[in-house]
Ligand binder design. Structure first.
Ligand code: SF4
Length: 296
C-alpha cells in the first residue's frame, strides 16, 4: 500500500470508528452525569444511552441513525507529503465510508433540493484547513454534525455595552429555547469575536474542544465554569426531560474584537458527540488522540 492508499484506508476506518464509538472524554462525562442523576426518568435515559453505546459496538452499527454531515477540521503541516491531495482524499474517504460504515445520506443540494445519496455535494464534506508551518504531520478532527444538534446553533452581533452578561443571556436563551431539542446532555461551544462569521467559527472550535478542558485565559475559564453551573441547574436533564443536568460542558473560544462590535455564537453537540482526533506522520502512521487503546 502506498502512502496515498494508506491515508485513505486509515481515514475510512477512522470515520467508521467515530460513527460507532464516542471519544473517551465524552464517555467519562456521561458516566459522571449518570452517576449524579437523581431523577428516575433521566437516569433510565442515561442507562439506555449506555446500552445504545454497547449495542453500536456489538452490532457494528452507528450510535445514532442520523450520522450527520461529515466535517473535517484539518491542521496540516506545510511539509505534509499529501498536502496537495487532502481535499480529494477526504472526498473519496466520505464516499467510501458512506457505503461501508454505512452512513445515512445527508447531503441535499440547495436550490436543486435533491439528496445526492452519497454524503458528498457542493462543499460537502465540509473541510476546514489550518496551515501549520514547518511540520510534516497532519492532525484532523472528524465530526459528525447531526441535524438535531445543528438546528439550535445561533450567531449574533451585539453592542459592546451588552458585555459578558449579554453573552451569557444569549447563550442561556439559546439553550432554553432551542437546545432542549438537541438530545441533551449537551456540549455547548461559545465563540466570542467581532462578526457572526468569526464568532460562529470559534463556537464550532469550542464545541470540538475536549470535555473537561478549560480556556487558558482565567476569566474565560471562570465564565465557562459559571455557565456550566447555571445552565446545568435549570432542571433540564437527559433528552430535554426533567433532570439534574443537561449540560456536558461549556467551552469558550475567544479572539480580539473590533471595539464597536461584540460577536457571539453558540454551537451545540448532542449526547452522541461523535468527534475524534487523529494524527498522521509523514509515513501515514497514525495516532488516535481521543480513543485510547483502539487500533483501526
Ligand atoms: S441530536 Fe444527536 S443523538 Fe439526537 S438524533 Fe441528532 S445526531 Fe442523534
Amino acid at each position: 500500500m502506498n502512502t496515498t492508499e494508506k491515508f485513505l484506508d486509515t481515514t475510512v476506518k477512522f470515520i467508521n470508528l467515530v460513527a460507532k464509538v464516542l471519544p473517551d472524554d465524552v464517555v467519562e462525562r456521561l458516566k459522571e452525569l449518570r452517576e449524579n442523576e437523581t431523577v428516575a426518568m433521566s437516569k433510565a435515559i442515561y442507562d439506555s444511552m449506555f446500552e445504545n453505546l454497547d449495542k453500536a459496538v456489538s452490532l457494528d452499527r452507528p450510535i445514532c441513525q442520523d450520522t450527520g454531515v461529515i466535517q473535517f477540521y484539518v491542521r496540516v503541516g506545510t511539509k505534509f507529503p499529501l498536502i496537495d491531495e487532502i481535499g480529494d482524499l477526504l472526498y473519496k474517504a466520505t464516499l467510501e465510508a458512506t457505503e461501508t460504515v454505512p452512513l445515512r445520506h445527508n447531503a441535499v443540494e440547495t436550490f436543486v433540493e435533491k439528496n445526492t445519496g452519497t454524503n458528498t455535494g457542493k462543499k460537502v464534506p465540509y473541510i476546514d484547513y489550518e496551515i501549520v508551518p514547518n511540520s510534516s504531520n497532519l492532525e484532523m478532527d472528524v465530526y459528525m454534525a447531526g441535524g438535531g444538534c445543528s438546528l439550535p446553533g445561533r450567531s449574533t452581533v451585539m453592542m459592546p455595552s451588552a458585555g459578558y452578561e449579554g453573552i451569557a443571556a444569549f447563550v442561556a436563551d439559546t439553550m432554553v429555547n432551542w437546545g432542549i431539542n438537541a438530545c441533551p446532555p449537551l456540549v455547548i461551544g461559545v465563540g466570542i469575536g467581532t462578526c457572526v462569521a468569526s464568532a460562529a467559527k470559534l463556537a464550532k472550535k469550542a464545541s470540538l474542544r475536549r470535555v473537561g478542558s478549560r480556556n487558558p485565559e482565567p476569566k474565560a475559564a471562570e465564565m465557562e465554569e459559571a455557565l456550566e453551573k447555571a445552565l446545568g441547574n435549570i432542571g433540564i436533564g437527559a433528552q430535554g426531560l426533567p433532570g439534574k443536568s443537561g449540560v456536558m460542558c461549556v467551552n469558550i473560544e475567544n479572539m480580539a474584537r473590533h471595539p464597536s462590535a461584540l460577536g457571539a455564537a453558540v454551537s451545540f453537540g448532542c449526547w452522541a458527540h461523535r468527534r475524534g482526533t487523529i494524527s498522521f506522520d509523514k509515513n501515514m502512521d497514525y495516532t488516535l488522540l481521543d480513543h485510547k487503546g483502539v487500533t483501526l
